[in-house]
Design a protein. Sequence first.
Lengths: 244, 153
Amino acid sequence: MPKGCTVVASQQAKNLIYYLCSFGSILFFHPLNTLCFPSSLSSLLPFASYSSICRSGGRGRIRGIMASSSSYNSPCAACKFLRRKCMPGCIFAPYFPPEEPQKFANVHKIFGASNVTKLLNDILPHQREDAVNSLAYEAEARVRDPVYGCVGAISFLQRQVDRLQKELDAANADLIRFACNEIPGGMPVMPHLSSIQPVTPPQRGTTGIPALGDGIFYQSPPSNFPYPYANQLQWSHPSNSGGN
Amino acid sequence: MFRFHKLDKTTSTRCAVCKYFRRRCPPDCIFAPYFPNDNPHKFTCVHRFYGASNISKMLEELPVYLRAELVESLYYEAKCRVQDPVYGCVGIISSLHQQIQVAQTQLAKTQAEISVLNANFVVAQPPSSLDESLVQQNGVDHGLDDPFNTWFY
């Protein structure tokens, strides 16, 4: 995968709180590396209730839950679901608290417990929380949209990015046209009489996100999904507006 | 000593899934239309995260005309997860959201600048040009009129 996406994802997890808006959900990354859902969307997202655990200080609370699961023999959601004894070193316990049964239910339905175990064993311990939360997010998206899952969201967001880019290019062209008309030297001031053609902003490269084409929002992305991370992400920073 | 493998019809027409599991591919194999044997990587990738039984259940829950899309989306998500084991395609979603935020900020800033320039342009319009434009509009020549006592029609 091109480094851009991994670096961005790592930076998000480590540095920023920001809001990811989509029509179906609002998602924000807590600086303690947890994926959280605002409680206002609890009606839309069945497992949004664990957002309160995340906001209250994800890791510490989760560690506390793990301690409580082992100390009071309260099985984690995974072991409860699988109807087995929750051992002290249960790999699921830190990430599937008993208060969030739906989270594991979704993950188990889509991925399966053994696959999740394999995945977690291949990841460093400090990354497992984010991995589980991203799996939970994907599972939830797949439960809501059995055909496209997260890909529907990607398609929709990609279209938004394309639309905004076109609007931005048009706005930049207008701005340049105004700026050119203000240059002194006997030039006609009426915009429609200007003989200077608006300078087209330099064409940006592709965003690096595969263009999934148009389709009904969340419903029908086209079937020709290109490979992900085909190109580097190239998005002009606000400080570099008008040129790359 | 050579071993000759007897080729039967099923060997050459096994789908990628049945080839993976080294089993006979029945005529009504649910995987066959979506996992052709010329692309074994597709199934190995999807199987790694979802498992054959889960894929089978998901296929069975959907009508036939949607199953191809399902498989493609699973393949896409699996590839994202291979490339980013921690965030998978959620990393892409968050990147897109960030791009949208940046673009919206940039767009708002540019539109504000345009508004300012537009306002300045209107303010900076010299009065004579307005008179000329009015004359042209009305077809009446007031060129000899006192510019300080001009009637506007």
